[in-house]
Design a protein around this ligand. Structure first.
Ligand code: AR6
Length: 175
């Protein structure tokens, strides 16, 4: 079984095979962790995302709950997995299922690519407004449930930017 860890810090500094980006459906960059990843990766990442978006024509480049994989530009990791979390509307708009799907699909992409380690930010808990405690519980549950289907992945790191998320994950992972 893979090792699941939690650290507090900036995901662009984490050395793993793939880091996950909390993107939006356009894949054209944004603020928060998305902005930090694009700044650190450089323009080649946006170029790659633009190609994915162009191939989708009038559809979303990456619909909510889905994930796509790219190279990592100047970042010292092999890949970036871009996933789009749900915007929190109170919990009755399939937010829990969509958030779980982000973690599940990202892990399955890592498995397909034969990646051994992956780092996740706290998807949807910034601008998208998902309550931190509910998001953390959903993230840990989805990762634990998906790992048996992703045997290539030996290490999962939850990277928390803020102390509140860090404490929540610490508690969940110790329990
Ligand atoms: N490393 C790790 N975590 C970070 C970093 C970082 N460098 N920077 C922020 N976070 P958010 P969302 C944390 O808003 O809620 C973008 O504009 C942050 O503290 O980045 O999924 C996209 O383009 C929070 O806990 O993503 C979308 O439009 C978590 O990352 C939209 O925001 C997620 O916050 C997505 O919103």
């Amino acid at each position: 079984m893979a090792q699941i860890e939690v650290i507090q810090g900036d995901i662009t500094r984490v050395l793993v095979d793939a880091i996950v980006n909390a993107a939006n459906s356009s894949l054209m960059g944004g603020g928060g962790v998305d902005g930090a990843i694009h700044r650190a990766a450089g323009p080649s990442l946006l170029e790659e995302c633009r190609k994915i978006a162009a191939a989708k024509r009038n559809e979303a480049a990456c619909p909510t709950g889905e994930a796509v994989i790219t190279g990592a530009g100047n970042l010292p990791v092999k890949h970036i997995i871009h996933t789009v979390g749900p915007v929190w509307h109170g919990g009755g708009k399939e937010e829990p299922e969509l958030l779980a799907s982000c973690y599940r699909k990202s892990l399955l992409l890592a498995q397909e690519a034969g990646l051994k380690s992956i780092a996740f930010p706290n998807i949807s808990t910034g601008v998208y407004g998902y309550p931190r405690d509910k998001a953390a519980a959903a993230a840990v549950k989805a990762v634990r449930e998906t790992l048996p289907s992703a045997p290539a992945v030996k290490r999962v790191v939850f990277v928390c930017f803020d102390g509140e998320n860090y404490s929540l994950y610490k508690k969940l992972l110790e329990g």
